[in-house]
Structure formats: structure tokens, C-alpha cells
Design a protein. Structure first.
Length: 243
């Protein structure tokens, strides 16, 4: 395969990965607490080809997650909670703790505070928080939960020194890459009752990027077609000379 066709094909592959990533971001634009994924581009250089710049191939080296704050929206629901600042709610996943920014909680039949997927919301020093259905609930800015004036517990908010220790699980959960790591408590994060954090996917920005990637994809397709046509003509010319 010639350099033009190989480079264009590598570009097509990286743009396909970008399209999948952007499509997933757009699909989760209405998912509470969702954090958009981004791509980091680089160039691949084959072994022994460091001195030949024409041998470099574009590729998506890795994906990274944008953990910037989403817009906080008022809901009026006393079970909805949002974080203003860094950190995550801690929930009991099926295989260990999970972390989420989606505070759209509800009560299980047994009174436990759970996520929409049924994972128990963890409190400080406890495995779950149990509440009385249909009774007023108050959650303070530091996460202390009270009902009818009685202290129920405190929401466990986890933070980490680096976002690289987290990997996504599903749409809006994260898990630790190393279970031995211990989370810390963020110092300046406020917990806001009756609000939810929206996805930080910029729909307009994502739509513009989708259009741009599609245009790049079309140009690269034309480059591949051009390379194939040039190779065909070269073979034909060689055949004529040989004849």
C-alpha cells in the first residue's frame, strides 16, 4: 500500500473512532451527571522509520473524560442532589464501590436511598442510608441528612488526586482502576438538595464537531480513491512500456 493510501486509511480509522465517541456524547446529552469523552490524537511511526516523516500515521492515542462541572438545574425534588465542586457520590455497585455525579436518587421499598439503577447510596461510615417514605427530608450543604429533626447520616463524597485512577462504567458511573486506592473528602464542595447536574456535553459544540469530522471523513475517502486510481494508472503505464 502506498504512503498516500495508507495515511488516508489511518486517518479514516481515527475519524471513525471520533464519530463513535461524539455520537455517544450526543446520545447522553440528557443523561444526568454524564461526563463527555474526548480524544487525544498522536502520530504513529513504524519501527526504523523515525527519519522518514512520510511514514507517520494519525491515530487516536487514547480517550479521556472531561470531568468539568455541568449546569445545575433546579428540580424541587427533595431526593435530587447535586455537587457544586469536585468529587463524586459513592454508591454500592455489584462488585464494589462506584462513583457518580448523578444525584437523581429515589427510595427503595425498604427505605434505602438508591440510584436509578438500584445501587445503595453510601453514607460516611455506613453502607446505606435508610429513610422514612413520604416524610420531609433535609440535606445540608455538607451532606448531613436529617428527617423529622433526626440525624440519619452523612452522604459519602469521594475525591481523588488524579482523574486517571478512574474509568467509566456505564453512562455515568466510575470505578477505581486500583481498588487499594483510598478516596479523600473534597474540602470546598457543596451539596445542593433539589438540584441535578446536567450532562457537560455541549450539544451545539458536538453537532459542529460531528459535521467537521464527517467532512474530514469524506475528504479522506476521496484521498483513498485518488491513491487507488493513481496506482491503477501506474500499473497500466508500466504495462504499456513493457509491451
Amino acid at each position: 500500500m502506498d504512503v498516500l493510501t495508507a495515511t488516508a486509511a489511518s486517518g479514516l480509522r481515527s475519524r471513525m473512532e471520533s464519530l463513535e465517541l461524539l455520537a455517544n456524547n450526543v446520545a447522553n446529552a440528557a443523561t444526568g451527571g454524564y461526563k463527555a469523552d474526548r480524544e487525544f490524537y498522536s502520530l504513529y511511526v513504524g519501527p526504523g522509520q523515525d527519519s522518514d516523516p512520510s511514514s507517520t500515521m494519525p491515530l487516536v492515542e487514547r480517550h479521556w473524560t472531561d470531568l468539568s462541572q455541568g449546569v445545575l438545574q433546579s428540580t424541587g425534588n427533595q431526593l435530587d442532589v447535586a455537587l457544586s465542586g469536585s468529587g463524586f457520590f459513592t454508591v454500592a455497585g455489584p462488585n464494589g464501590p462506584l462513583y457518580t455525579r448523578n444525584g437523581n436518587f429515589r427510595l427503595a421499598p425498604d427505605g434505602r436511598l438508591v440510584t436509578g439503577d438500584g445501587y445503595a447510596v453510601m453514607g460516611v461510615g455506613t453502607t446505606s442510608l435508610t429513610l422514612q417514605p413520604s416524610r420531609p427530608l433535609d440535606i445540608s450543604n455538607d451532606g448531613n441528612v436529617q428527617q423529622d429533626g433526626n440525624a440519619i447520616g452523612q452522604l459519602a463524597i469521594a475525591d481523588f488526586p488524579s482523574n486517571r485512577v478512574l474509568v467509566k462504567q456505564g453512562s455515568n458511573y466510575f470505578r477505581l482502576t486500583d481498588p487499594a486506592l483510598q478516596p479523600t473528602t473534597p474540602a470546598s464542595t457543596s451539596i445542593l438538595q433539589g438540584k441535578l447536574e446536567a450532562s457537560n456535553t455541549g450539544v451545539a459544540e458536538a453537532a459542529v464537531r460531528l459535521v467537521n469530522v464527517m467532512r474530514q471523513f469524506e475528504m479522506l475517502q476521496k484521498a483513498v480513491s485518488l491513491g487507488v486510481e493513481m496506482n491503477r494508472r501506474a500499473v497500466e503505464e508500466v504495462a504499456k512500456v513493457g509491451a
